[in-house]
Design a protein around this ligand. Structure first.
Ligand code: URA
Length: 208
């Protein structure tokens, strides 16, 4: 009904409030934090086994945030923490194809043929082959470091792609989510994203 009296109370969680026929949008402040997840931290809010988890990190922040997607226990690197549900959905669904970039240390240097297979798409299960962009390789002590960009986030995707090629991943670190880079953020540290980074990330996800 139409409110004519000042001081009338409404609860935006229960009542549908419109102003001149338009629904009133609740403004919740959105927060974005980058976390450099160390190896040995689980990407959950709590851990029944008492292992260090992302929930411990969030508890130390001022806002109640959630991790965007998941990094394996043995994977380190960039994990985004936010309360932006719209962005979270888009970054975690393959449909939007926001690329994720990983630096992988392999048990040996990949051959040109293995790299070509990686670029062409490796089949890791039923369904289409997982596409990857392989940007650079360098070798140190006879082992290979490879930077791969993938466009989905299937379970253990990067490790399984290399396994399929007969290569073993010794270390895996996520270095970028779309335009957002891990940069020099120390392991275990968090930092707030810059406004510009938020804009670029939302734009990459088809928002803004
Ligand atoms: N691919 C993996 O294999 N592990 C991760 O944690 C992320 C991507």
């Amino acid at each position: 009904h139409v409110i004519r009296e000042l001081g009338t109370r409404a609860d935006p969680r229960v009542d549908r409030i419109t102003v001149d026929g338009k629904p009133l949008k609740l403004q919740t402040a959105l927060h974005y934090v980058a976390f450099n997840k160390p190896v040995g931290v689980v990407t959950t809010l709590t851990d029944p086994e008492g292992r260090p988890c992302v929930g411990d990190v969030i508890a130390a922040l001022k806002h109640s945030l959630h991790p965007v997607g998941r990094l394996d226990y043995h994977t380190s690197g960039l994990l985004l923490l936010t309360n932006d549900g719209e962005l979270t959905a888009r970054l975690t669904h393959a449909r939007y194809g926001v690329p994720k970039t990983y630096a992988a240390k392999l048990d040996r240097s990949p051959t040109a043929e293995q790299l070509a297979r990686l670029r062409g798409g490796v089949k890791i299960e039923q369904g289409p082959a997982a596409r990857a962009r392989v940007r650079s390789t360098r070798t140190a002590d006879g082992k290979g470091w490879v930077t791969v960009t993938i466009y989905e986030g299937r379970n253990r995707q990067v490790r399984r792609m290399f396994e399929e090629l007969g290569l073993r991943v010794e270390k895996l670190r996520r270095v970028a989510i779309g335009p957002l880079s891990l940069g020099s953020l120390p392991t275990g540290a968090t930092r707030k994203l810059l406004t510009e980074e938020v804009t670029l990330l939302r734009r990459a996800a088809g928002l803004e």
